[in-house]
Design a protein around this ligand. Structure first.
Ligand SMILES: Cc1ncc(COP(=O)(O)O)c(C=O)c1O
Length: 395
């Protein structure tokens, strides 16, 4: 047989978070002890899925809920998501669909909107799934830059300048992966007003919404205007410490006359793929309706790890780190290296055994270099890793 040629649409798809593991595996095979600060999976560290979540799933399995579920999700889970949306002030909810992880919710929403040649405003830096899906759809990522000098807030004027006649929507990640920034209410409102003025769909990725480290308000963008056409993404992966449960969802809100055709297209795609995993949906109502008693201890642990991260990294010459306010990521800047950030991160693995992800995997302003840290590991591991980064130096 001849070699099978993969589709050209896959050529530009990169996922730096996992790609860096190739370098890490080589270093490990060569006998290096590795400290992993690269993957945002709390279960790999000292975090656990709360028992009320796992109990609900076990009970569903015992009830025999192993057949197909309705394509959008089970009625109790959908009702719980609707109640949660109301509590957040999201008005005009038109449709909710439950998916296999937040990732599938994102993929279905983008696929239902974009034609080849259309573009979507994507935060830069930002979570790389969006650009990967755009590549698959032959649509363009239209990067807007987050402002490092302003705590990685969105520069609304930059967004305005980048809108053109093929721009269909804007992605906002709040709190952001990889920067850990939490969007201020003022900027959020400006953005929602701009989107309404220019007829853009807002994709608001709020998967880290309850991991807020300094007690600020988390603002759901869809709550700021009942007319904004918005898809809000969330799930059980991060706040409920269950990324392997693969439970996510999308909430479509706005005026029926505006978003009706669009959410019906999403529904067609949800029907075509039948349903998300049925027994896991049983965890959604107890999670969203419960008291979140697991959260204060988690947030406290993350706050201490964030403080160590920001203090130790900022004390290394050549590194500056905006203090993250949410999620469990930091995006420190390499101010004076002459190499690429990929080369610097590879050297950090080979020489020091510290695994981080190069900033270029998330997009960054031309001329700047960064790396992404996951501060889920325990305090001692983080201190050891940052000492080693200091020892190698950021030159
Ligand atoms: C911003 C953001 N959105 C979506 C996802 C994907 O979520 P899920 O694991 O539920 O598919 C992630 C995972 O890291 C993320 O960081």
């Amino acid at each position: 047989m001849k070699p099978i040629a993969p589709a050209y649409k896959t050529e530009n798809i990169k996922y730096a978070v996992r790609d860096i593991l190739l370098v890490a595996d080589q270093a490990k095979a060569a006998g290096k002890k590795l400290l992993y600060l690269n993957i945002g999976d709390p279960i790999l560290f000292d975090f656990k899925t709360p028992e009320f979540v796992t109990d609900a799933i076990t009970a569903s399995l015992k009830r025999g809920e192993t057949g197909y579920a309705p394509s959008s999700g089970t009625a109790p889970a959908l009702a719980a998501i609707r109640r949660d949306a109301e509590r957040r002030g999201i008005k005009n909810v038109q449709d909710i669909y439950i998916t296999s992880g937040g990732s599938e919710a994102i993929e279905l929403a983008l696929t239902s909107l974009l034609n080849p040649g259309d573009n979507l405003l994507v935060p830069t830096p930002g979570y790389p799934l969006y650009t990967a899906v755009l590549s698959k759809l032959e649509a363009e990522a239209n990067p807007y830059y987050l402002n490092e000098e302003d705590g990685w807030q969105i520069d609304v004027e930059d967004v305005r300048r980048k809108i053109n006649d093929r721009t269909k929507g804007i992605v906002v990640i709040n709190p952001n992966n990889p920067t850990g920034a939490v969007l201020s209410r003022k900027v959020a409102q400006e953005l929602v007003d701009l989107a309404a003025e220019r007829n853009l769909v807002i994709f608001s990725d709020e998967i880290y919404d309850k991991l807020i480290l300094d007690g600020q308000d988390h603002v759901s963008l869809a709550a700021l205007s009942k007319d904004a056409a918005c898809v809000t993404f969330n799930g059980l992966s991060k706040v409920y410490m269950g990324p392997g449960l693969r439970m996510g969802w999308g909430i479509v809100s706005g005026q029926e006359a505006v978003v009706g055709d669009y959410y019906r297209a999403i529904q067609k795609l949800t029907r075509a793929r039948l349903c998300a995993p049925h027994p896991f949906m049983a965890a959604i109502a107890p999670a969203l309706d419960g008291e979140n008693a697991h959260l204060p201890a988690i947030v406290e642990k993350l706050r201490r790890r964030r403080d160590i991260t920001s203090e130790m990294l900022n004390s290394i010459p050549g590194i500056s780190c905006v203090k993250p306010e949410g999620a469990f990521y930091a995006f420190p800047r390499l101010e004076r290296i002459t190499d690429t950030d990929e080369a610097w991160c590879a050297r950090l693995i080979r020489e020091m055994g510290v695994v981080t992800v190069p900033g270029s995997g998330f997009g960054q302003k031309p001329g700047t270099k960064h790396f992404r840290i996951v501060f889920l590991p325990d305090e001692n591991t983080l201190k050891e890793a940052y000492s080693k980064i200091g020892e190698m130096g950021a030159n």
